[in-house]
Design a binder for this molecule. Structure first.
Ligand code: XMP
Length: 328
């Protein structure tokens, strides 16, 4: 892909000129395609003077933290720090059921943990003679740029997760955004060109507040674990059926109700999993995905057999609008 490879050359040069021969950059990574592509570009441009930080918020997907660590640090050679903050996040989410409160808590805690890590890395960098951290990397895409200028609707809250204004001010960091002129499909092409594994390049988007907004009602470690296991089976079966790329986003949600079931000659009273899958171009509108019945059967059997505490599985047949993609 000619246009993309010339983009890479130009961008690497632009980053090197901007940062200079000694400057250092910090940036959060999530395991998503945008932050990964941005991080790999940075790594190519300035090597270990780019510091990536992964905040484990306790509400990522099953094994996701280890997987991101493996891919980014071990395979792609990125200088990565993992901040294990799961207890802190889950502690603060205790008793909280309101979706917007969950978002605020997670957004604020994220900034706090990221800022603490940034200060620590800045200190280490200064002591080792590399100088202070001067730049903050963000994987902002063109549609994010447009949206933050023109759209003042509910998604102002969505983006509040990424509100790093205070961080920039406190640490006197300057913003660096290598993807700000690109659309999602261009970022994916760029990711492939940069040898990022397909698995990551084609990953469905995952919200900042993660599984916390997919566990309806109170978010406890046990509830997160149930949602995680169900989600893992769901995505695994979607991939096995060869449907993953046709679907824009799929996940399992844990509903805040119990339902009666039967096992042997015993009645059970357990939890309910809802499966969501949508087709969408821009996530502003979305159609529910017509999942093949055979695939649904396999998924439902597996979830009920393998995930303890669940005795019923539902498939969501609502489109956006008026439903949203997330349940909360
Ligand atoms: P909805 O549910 O509004 O979601 O149809 C549209 C897209 O946005 C994602 N989403 C979020 N992303 N923080 C995020 O980073 C959030 O709080 C948030 N809420 C929704 C959702 O996953 C979908 O891709």
């Amino acid at each position: 892909n000619w246009t993309m490879s010339s983009f890479v050359d130009k961008e690497l040069e632009r980053i090197r000129n901007l940062v200079g021969p000694t400057g250092s950059v910090i940036g959060a990574v999530s395991g998503g395609v945008d932050s990964t592509v941005a991080a790999v570009l940075m790594k190519r441009a300035i090597g270990d003077r780019f510091h990536a930080v992964l905040v484990d918020n306790g509400v990522m997907r099953l094994n996701e933290c280890e997987q991101v660590k493996k891919t980014l640090a071990d395979n792609l050679g990125i200088n990565l720090t993992v901040a294990d903050a799961a207890d802190l996040f889950l502690g603060r989410l205790k008793g909280v059921t309101d979706p917007e409160k969950k978002r605020k808590i997670i957004g604020n805690t994220f900034i706090e943990v990221f800022e603490t890590e940034s200060h620590r890395i800045d200190e280490v960098s200064r002591q080792s003679g590399l100088g202070p951290i001067e730049w903050l990397l963000q994987g902002t895409l063109y549609p994010d740029v447009i949206e933050s200028i023109s759209f003042k609707g509910p998604s102002a809250t969505i983006k509040s997760h990424h509100n790093v204004g205070g961080l920039l001010e406190n640490m006197r960091l300057k913003l660096i955004e290598p993807l700000r002129e690109l659309f999602k499909d261009e970022v994916r092409a760029l990711g492939t060109l940069l040898d990022i594994p397909d698995d990551l390049v084609w990953r469905h988007p995952f919200p900042g507040p993660g599984i916390a907004i997919r566990v309806l009602g109170e978010v406890t470690r046990e509830q997160v674990e149930i949602a995680r296991r169900a989600d893992h089976i769901y995505i695994e079966e979607i991939k096995k059926a060869g449907l993953y790329r046709q679907i824009a986003q799929a996940y399992a949600a844990l509903l805040p109700v119990r339902s009666v079931g039967v096992m042997g000659d015993q009645r059970t009273y357990e939890q309910v999993i809802a499966l969501r899958a949508v087709e969408s171009k821009d996530f502003m509108t979305a159609d529910w995905f017509p999942m093949p019945v055979e695939t649904l059967k396999r998924i439902s059997n597996r979830i009920i057999n393998e995930v303890q505490g669940v005795n019923r599985v539902l498939y969501d047949v609502s489109s956006k609008p008026p439903s949203t993609i997330e349940f909360e």
